[in-house]
Design a binder for this molecule. Structure first.
Ligand SMILES: O=C(O)CCC(=O)C(=O)O
Length: 279
């Protein structure tokens, strides 16, 4: 099963480490996803903040179980899951999902990192892992769209550490990031609501502060290959079968919220009390 892939897009992912799929979700579907994120009390109650090097906070909510909410169905939709399985060349399961929220003028930066730079420490042996970023709002260089270093996934995993230039965040070794930037193109990935960015676990990425009046929220669905399940127990999701749903499930569900008891939201001490904006 290859989902939305063609031989050309498959080759582009291998070369670049990412693949942008315009209109992965329709305007109606992304409307449901956005409304669910704005209304779901479980999402709001689990939001926490990560300060960047300049002390500006970017906000995140994270849950391990995909579940039956409209955003769980999107994470389980055939178009997404089969595409990720095609890119990673094997059966995948849902690793976790996240909302990353940058409020107008307030939202902080994400410092350079690779997702596998974190996930390695959760006991995943291989970088056969990928994320799908779905734009809930328009994402532009001004409001802090994702930036990627094209082809950087081919450098393999780079060491990450907390603090210093990464603020409260865990950032990649800067000397290596600079070397990557001197050899590869840095791309600002502008996205319209509903666009999907598939990217490899070793792709180096970051995003700037939101210095604009426009909110920037994105949903991220993350996957691991079934044969790469963590070899240690931790708070991250262990292997669970991923039941895919037909592509029309998202439209059919409407603004269906989560059942927090079964979703395993991560709640942190540094819970965010700042009110959320609605777009
Ligand atoms: O939302 C963003 O700009 C980046 C989020 C990210 O890189 C992450 O959650 O690992």
């Amino acid at each position: 099963m290859t989902g939305l892939l063609t031989p050309e897009s498959r080759a582009a992912f291998d070369r670049d480490g990412y693949l942008l799929v315009p209109g992965l979700f329709s305007p109606g579907e992304v409307g449901h996803l956005r409304a669910a994120m704005e209304q779901d009390p479980a999402v709001r109650d689990s939001l926490y903040e990560r300060r960047d090097a300049q002390g500006k906070a970017t906000r995140i909510a994270l849950w391990n179980e995909a579940g039956d909410s409209v955003y769980g169905l999107a994470a389980r939709s055939e178009r997404v899951v089969h595409t990720v399985a095609g890119l990673l060349e094997g059966e995948v399961y849902h690793y976790h999902s996240k909302l990353t929220a940058k409020e107008p003028y307030e939202g902080g930066a994400w410092e350079w990192h690779q997702d596998y730079g974190y996930w390695y420490h959760n006991g995943c042996l291989y970088p056969t892992m990928a994320s799908v970023m779905v734009a809930l709002d328009r994402c532009t260089p001004e409001n802090g769209c994702l930036q990627v270093i094209r082809g950087s996934h081919r450098a393999g995993r780079i060491n990450h550490s907390r603090g210093g230039a990464a603020g409260e965040q865990v950032g990649a070794e800067l000397e290596r990031v600079e070397q990557l930037l001197s050899r590869h193109e840095r791309v600002h990935v502008a996205m319209e609501p509903g666009d999907g960015l598939f990217f490899h676990g070793n792709l180096m990425h970051r995003s700037d502060q939101n210095r604009s009046p426009d909110r920037r929220w994105t949903l991220l669905f993350c996957y691991n290959r079934v044969d790469n399940a963590p070899f240690v127990d931790g708070r991250q999701a262990l292997l669970q079968p991923l039941a895919t749903v037909p592509d029309d499930a998202v439209e059919q569900a409407g603004v269906r919220l989560s059942d927090p008891a079964s979703m395993q939201f991560q709640v942190r001490r540094e819970h965010s009390s700042v009110p959320l904006t609605t777009a």
